[in-house]
Design a protein around this ligand. Sequence first.
Ligand code: SF4
Length: 317
Amino acid sequence: MINRDKIDYVSEIKRLKKKKNVIILAHYYQTGDIQDIADFVGDSLALSQKAASNDADIILFAGVRFMAETAKILSPEKKVLLPDMNAGCSLADSCKPEDFKKFLEENPGRTVITYVNTNVDIKVLSDIICTSSNAIQIIESLPSEEKIIFAPDRNLGNYILSKTGRDIIVWNGSCHVHEEFSLEAILKLKEEFPDAKIIVHPECELPVRMVADFIGSTASLLQFTKKDNASTYIVGTEPGIIHQMKKANPLKNYIPAPPRDSTCGCSECSFMKLITMEKIYRCIRDERPEIMIDADIIIKASKPIIRMMEISEKLGL
Ligand code: SF4
């Protein structure tokens, strides 16, 4: 029997990574130890770009399932591993293919733009994929008269609608993490730290967005704290990102925005946190669980993702 206490996961993962030519891609919402062992840490857009261009034989994705699926679609010749197949996403699951197909039939003639946080069967039904880093720019790159469907996040969709003024019908889905933040608790913190800036993700609800000093994707929030001159931030997104904020500016103070229920810890994404160092070690060692997608689905799902990447490249994103 393996004595887990005796395994030095950091050195074992490094050894296996080198031996098997594995690249570890980690999302900002992973724990600090996983971000530190990764070859590349980023948000969904940057991770997709990295998944499409690397020399590894195996991609190990420290994130959730739709992200690993996107990596597989972009690098079908590579083995893509996800340390825990239960790492799903409440937002992706709020958009079921049978319901979405019906929604598209009820609203014909619109360009279907879906957020990358969708399962592969929704990507197949989409014209262009976007992330929170490029959603506004992608929509603005389309002719102004183009009618759009945006799915699945209603908060991001309504935020984009308010920013672009385009004709957009928004699917009614949401992320349980970003809808958990308590406006009341955020305002209380602001009273305690009057100089703090409130920075939030566009997946947060409107009342929370309304009190924010800055709204942006996870990568933009990080960039903002790097360039901005405040010393304290109330951070309205999954607190995993604070690891990178602290690394970039250790002397600043980052306070996670509190959830409505102060006892639940539910501003952390429980799906993201299913990935652990032990599971990463086992996954590289055993080369499973592996993401498998049918070749014809890969071809169909790659089209809207490639369109996103081409537009992003053209816009220098
Ligand atoms: S934070 Fe929300 S959108 Fe991101 S993976 Fe978790 S449930 Fe999905």
